[in-house]
Design a protein around this ligand. Structure first.
Ligand SMILES: Nc1ncnc2c1ncn2[C@@H]1O[C@H](COP(=O)(O)OP(=O)(O)O)[C@@H](O)[C@H]1O
Ligand SMILES: [Mg+2]
Length: 383
């Protein structure tokens, strides 16, 4: 059994041979035939012919002389690489120094043989073919993986949009329906308080105070669902979020901003808002912190938001947890609008830093340094 029989398919190999000597070309073909490899070969000897051949034909492998009058194996290799195809490339040459051979292999040639000692040609060719096959499969796998990651990114972005829209719709219903009915209920109770007998009036007052709490809860649900950033603007929304965080967790929190107003488009505003939201949830869930500080710095074209806590800090592997998507999602969000997210050990605890590009005219200067003071007017406070 000849070496060539081990090839899975025995259709003639399509060989592109870069060679200026017709005689050497014939010798090469004779060697291949003798060793039982069926080929159909085409000879080229200039860059133009080579480029044309690469553009016109399908090839299984390239065998190239090293030094031709107006062309060379290194240039031929470049033509193959520029075509984007992965093809076995074997140099067969009379005179090539060891250094040149090494350089050729480094730049992607598969093998190098000396003319007149071609016994190794067929095995070398078969080896190169299976190596190229492996490279092609690897390339396909990489491309498939990249495409799948792309799809995943788009899906994530889509999901976030869907979730945001869905929540906004529920928030609208809470405001319009529940809010409306609660308001009607308050009118009725206040009528009973004014017109009922003393005992009914007392009960109505009691019911009204319960109702006030229900209304507050409805407002809170509504604001949790529909980020107030969409109604009240970013800075009041961040303030409100910190207030809520303090109320819920009892962890001290301070907020400082170098600007008094900030006009951002919906996307960057939501990115900043969600970054603070997830970071605060993380502080509450993981950090065991006593306090957290939030610093917002907006300057020409650039906004940074830093959330640092004084908790236990992150440990190696935290960011790679297979089921944790919080910080990963934030990083994706930031990248989508041309920014980045950095998570690092702070002085103590953890520091999350978001940096995004913003429009130049987004800020009005001034320095507010509050301990997460009063939030803006509550959206839907008419409910
Ligand atoms: N502020 C923090 N302090 C300490 N550890 C943190 C902090 N934020 C995040 N981590 C760690 O990083 C991990 C990944 O966080 P995240 O991506 O938000 O996912 P999740 O909160 O769902 O676990 C957390 O599980 C936690 O171990
Ligand atoms: Mg989290």
């Amino acid at each position: 059994m000849s070496a060539a029989d081990s090839r899975p398919s025995r259709a003639p190999l399509k060989l592109l041979v870069v060679e200026d000597s017709e005689l050497d070309f014939e010798l090469l073909l004779a060697t291949l035939a003798r060793d039982g490899l069926a080929v159909s070969a085409t000879r080229v000897e200039t860059r133009e012919q080579m480029t044309q051949a690469m553009a016109d034909g399908e090839w299984d492998a390239v065998i190239s002389d090293h030094h031709l009058p107006v062309f060379s194996s290194i240039e031929a290799l470049q033509v193959v690489q520029a075509s984007g195809r992965i093809l076995p490339f074997i140099i067969v040459s009379g005179m090539i120094g060891e250094e040149t051979a090494v350089a050729a292999m480094k730049s992607g040639a598969d093998d190098y043989l000396v003319k007149g000692r071609l016994a190794r040609l067929v095995p070398a060719l078969l080896n190169a073919l299976s190596a190229a096959q492996a490279r092609r499969e690897r390339q396909r796998a990489i491309t498939a993986l990249e495409e799948s990651e792309q799809r995943l990114r788009r899906l994530l972005a889509h999901m976030e949009t869907v979730v945001d829209e869905e929540r906004a719709a529920i928030a609208r219903e809470v405001h319009d329906d529940v809010g409306g009915m609660l308001t009607a209920l308050r009118f009725d109770l206040s009528w009973i308080e004014r017109n009922g007998d003393a005992r009914s009036a007392e009960r109505a007052r009691h019911a009204m105070s319960t109702l006030a709490q229900v209304m507050q809860t409805a407002q809170r649900i509504q604001r949790n669902l529909r980020p107030p950033v969409l109604d009240a603007g970013l800075l009041p929304a961040l303030d409100w979020q910190l207030e809520e965080f303090k109320r819920r967790t009892g962890i001290a929190a301070s907020f400082s901003s170098n600007v008094e107003t900030l006009e951002l488009a919906a996307d960057p505003a939501m990115t900043v808002y969600r970054t603070l939201q997830e970071s605060l949830i993380n502080v509450a869930k993981h950090a065991q912190a006593g306090s957290v500080r939030v610093d917002l710095i907006a300057s020409a074209g650039q906004l940074s938001l830093e959330i640092s806590d004084d908790g236990r800090g992150m440990v190696a592997g935290d960011l790679d947890k297979p089921t944790s998507f919080g910080l990963r999602g934030l990083a994706e969000r930031a990248e989508r609008i041309g920014g980045w997210l950095d998570v690092s050990p702070g002085e103590r605890g953890t520091c999350v830093l978001l940096s995004i590009p913003i429009a130049d005219a987004a800020t009005a200067a001034g320095n507010t340094d509050t301990a997460a003071g009063d939030a803006g007017p509550a959206p839907g406070s008419s409910a």
